[in-house]
Ligand binder design. Structure first.
Ligand code: 6GU
Length: 240
């Protein structure tokens, strides 16, 4: 069975979008994963296909109606061949991590609810959190105009780790080994470019020495650029 993404959105035409290219695109053609969309507007009940209404309180702006989002999510869950985890993309959510990507990737797929511009009535989020384990997820501390572009990031992170996706699986393994550190620098031909040469150790053919050098590089770049990751790495090292 293909890993299945089902996107609940006002803008179904945005998908698969960038996921039709590169590694994810190959996986899509090979049916390693597939994607369907649920258009929230299809669940409007009036002739103008209204999905939102003015917010309670003095704030300007429109809010997606709970009954309509509920119908769309119900359709998405009922049309899935098996129960899937449900994410809601929002800057209020917990920050998406590689660990979350690994967990989702090892399951059957995901349902992703995307809001756009406006908010969603809190009650439908609360209801789906309590009754269907909906999880609110953010991709970082900045505001996008909608959850769709955030959903692309989440999906790409999951898809690239699916079994049978054409990647260098050694590099995925190495990645998990170095998960707590930033990447060491890498080089290719030519040996000299703009009067800069490739570090001598990489030409030595000594694999052990090269691995040691790469680890030191990864540690250095992490310590300098990401003191938060560096501290977590140190803490983890003293634990084991
Ligand atoms: Cl998940 N959604 C939106 N709209 N903006 C975001 C985000 C999500 N993550 C970061 N910014």
């Amino acid at each position: 069975m293909a890993w299945h993404a089902n996107i609940v959105t006002l803008f179904p035409e945005m998908f698969p979008g960038p996921l039709a290219s590169s590694l994810a695109g190959k996986g899509l053609s090979k049916k390693i994963w597939d994607i369907s969309t649920v258009a929230i507007r299809d669940f409007a009940t009036d002739k103008h296909r209204t999905v939102d209404d003015t917010s309670y309180g003095p704030n300007a702006g429109m809010i997606l109606k709970p009954d309509i989002v509920h119908s769309a999510l119900t359709f998405a869950t009922e049309s899935a061949p098996c129960p899937l985890p449900i994410l809601f993309m929002t800057p209020r959510g917990a920050t998406f991590t590689q660990a979350m990507a690994q967990k989702l990737s090892s399951g059957n797929g995901v349902i992703i609810l995307c809001g756009h511009y406006e908010g969603i009535d809190e009650r439908v989020i609360e209801y789906w959190t309590q009754n269907h384990g909906l999880t609110e997820v953010s991709i970082g501390d900045y505001i996008l105009s909608g959850g769709e572009i955030a959903a692309f990031s989440v999906l790409d992170a999951c898809i690239r780790m699916l079994p049978n996706i054409v990647h260098n699986s050694a590099s995925i393994e190495e990645e998990s080994f170095y998960l707590d550190l930033l990447e060491y620098p890498q080089y290719t031909k030519p040996y000299r470019w703009q009067n800069k040469v490739v570090p001598e150790v990489l030409l030595s053919g000594n694999h052990k020495k090269i691995a040691e050098w790469q680890k030191v590089q990864a540690e250095d770049v992490t310590r300098v650029r990401r003191p938060d990751l560096w501290q977590a790495y140190l803490n983890k090292k003293t634990m084991d």
